[in-house]
Design a protein around this ligand. Structure first.
Ligand code: ZN
Length: 161
């Protein structure tokens, strides 16, 4: 499933994930998550703040958004993409038994999340263990060109020729 194809079922799942956390979700936490879920493109805290304030009557400041993003990240329902320094909603809670791959379009930043196959996960964790690292964040970030951007690029090449 791609981030773009989120369904209300996933929204319910995400909310149940944060409700199962030690700290109960607030309306603002749920609203910040809803803003993250509404896009396939990762958002900075400031972009998220702008979208939040356009969508909801009760405004929020960026400092609060940062705190909520920390909370959502620790709850495993949001992820900070290091290559962009932006946030995106997760589809699966991180686990030491699984590995998520975030694939980011370097043109439009559309991002999808895929679960790595077990045949890939075990050798990676073995290497990490051999290197004596612990507390590994179970995410890998890759960049590429999405199908839509590749199609647009191909069309431009044909016009020039
Ligand atoms: Zn793209």
């Amino acid at each position: 499933m791609t981030v773009a194809k989120r369904t209300p079922k996933y929204v319910a799942k995400a909310r149940s994930l944060i409700e199962s956390s030690a700290n109960k979700p607030t309306v603002k936490r749920c609203n910040v998550l809803a803003v993250l879920l509404s896009t396939t493109k990762p958002l900075s805290a400031y972009e998220l703040t702008d979208r939040y304030n356009k969508r909801y009557t009760e405004s929020i400041i960026a400092a609060s958004v940062y705190r909520i993003l920390d909370w959502l990240t620790q709850a495993g329902v949001a992820y900070r993409l290091n290559i962009l320094n932006k946030f995106i909603a997760c589809q699966q809670r991180p686990s030491t038994q699984q590995l998520s791959i975030f694939i980011v379009c370097k043109n439009c930043q559309k991002t999808i999340q895929k679960r790595a196959p077990n045949t890939l996960v075990h050798p990676i964790y073995e290497r990490v263990s051999e290197a004596n690292y612990c507390d590994i964040l179970p995410h890998i970030e890759l960049t590429g060109v999405c199908e839509q951007c590749a199609h647009i690029s191909h069309q431009k090449e044909n016009v020039i020729e």
